[in-house]
Design a protein around this ligand. Structure first.
Ligand SMILES: Cc1cc2nc3c(=O)[nH]c(=O)nc-3n(C[C@H](O)[C@H](O)[C@H](O)COP(=O)(O)O)c2cc1C
Length: 325
């Protein structure tokens, strides 16, 4: 399949693995890139520019295909060393950066001067247009279904994607709720040039997370995610568990008075405990509604090959078969 996204990034299949905290290590990114998609290392998970440089080196040793690095810009009391992380990315010759969170404008001149292609993840048409206007090469349009931070507009992809297609000139991929060949064909029908998956890629052989996390995805249905931190306007879609129930109870009781400190126990620093130790009740962790469509743990190559074969069958047989003679 050739699309504006495969052309832009020099990849075989229009499938991207979005940055994921404590999942997007070199093993994950390399496996997706080796399977013909675009794998992405999660910059902030590595902690320091030195550690990110080492992770990029590890990834280069595992694949000679293009891969990217995710830079998530979040408000923080002590911000990460973004200039150092950007410098490492440029020095290492990483060809693609996925930005997310705040407007990446400040970092674009340095990235673009280095010839790096930038795909910005947005949850609204207006933010996508902003990304286009400041010079991003592509956007990842993240619908309300998505795992992680869906923004505050709550527009699902059946509306958001065609709206993005109406307005954008640069290519975009559909993100949020994508799992299989049906997702890919639907996304392309609505104007996208490919798709970005988070949650689905966690349930793969190569995802460097505890098996409990993969089993939790298989056990979960599409009804098992919850939205947390809405009162803080930092909404996150997570898999439900005891800690999330506790957190939601606090949100209910404290109402407008809720502050981050009130829920820190349920969200701060929980990722290593979940992803590495498999402590599934340690706190809230990002998970999409698409968990309901996850029933197995294939290799990344099996998953991507299956998606492409299924997409081909849907287009050539199912859709073609609807044409009136
Ligand atoms: C466990 C997990 C961690 C994530 N961490 C990040 C992150 O650090 N930065 C980011 O930009 N997106 C992050 N995301 C969002 C994904 O990159 C992607 O946009 C999202 O998962 C797409 O929705 P889906 O899960 O329905 O496929 C995360 C998602 C998951 C499931």
């Amino acid at each position: 399949m050739r699309t504006r996204i495969t052309e832009l990034f020099g990849i075989e299949h229009p499938i991207i693995q979005g940055g994921m905290h404590y999942v997007g290590f070199a093993e994950m990114a390399a496996a997706v890139s080796n399977a013909g998609g675009l794998g992405i290392i999660t910059g902030l998970t590595q902690g320091t520019p030195e550690k990110l440089a080492a992770e990029i080196d590890r990834c280069k040793a595992m694949t000679d295909k293009p891969f990217g690095v995710n830079l998530t810009f979040l408000p923080a009391l002590t911000p990460p060393d973004y200039p150092g992380l950007v410098e490492v990315i440029i020095k290492a010759g990483v060809p693609i950066v996925e930005t997310a969170g705040n407007n990446p404008q400040q970092w674009l001149p340095a990235l673009k001067d280095a010839g790096i292609k930038v795909i910005h993840k947005c949850t609204s048409v207006r933010h996508s247009l902003k990304a286009e206007s400041i010079g991003c090469d592509a956007v990842s349009v993240d619908g309300f279904e998505c795992g992680g931070h869906p923004g505050e507009d709550d527009i699902p992809n059946f509306i958001l994607l065609p709206r993005a297609a109406e307005e954008l000139k640069i290519p975009f991929v559909a993100s949020g709720g994508m799992a299989d060949g049906r997702s890919l064909v639907a996304a392309m029908a609505m104007g996208a040039d490919g798709m970005n998956m988070g949650t689905r890629f966690i349930a793969t052989q190569e995802a460097p997370v505890h098996d409990n996390v993969k089993q939790a995805l298989i056990a979960a249905s599409e009804r098992d995610t919850r939205l947390i931190m809405r009162p803080l306007r930092n909404t996150e879609r997570v898999l439900n568990n005891d800690a999330v129930e506790r957190l939601l109870q606090k949100e209910k009781e404290l109402g407008d008075k809720l502050g981050f400190a009130d829920i820190a126990d349920e969200v701060a620093g929980v990722y290593p405990r979940i992803m590495k130790d498999g402590d599934m009740d340690a706190g809230g962790w990002s998970c999409g509604m698409v968990a309901g469509l996850i029933h197995d743990i294939p290799t990344c190559k099996e998953l991507i090959d299956r998606i492409m074969a299924e997409a081909d069958t849907i287009i050539a047989q199912r859709l073609e078969g609807f044409r009136a003679a």
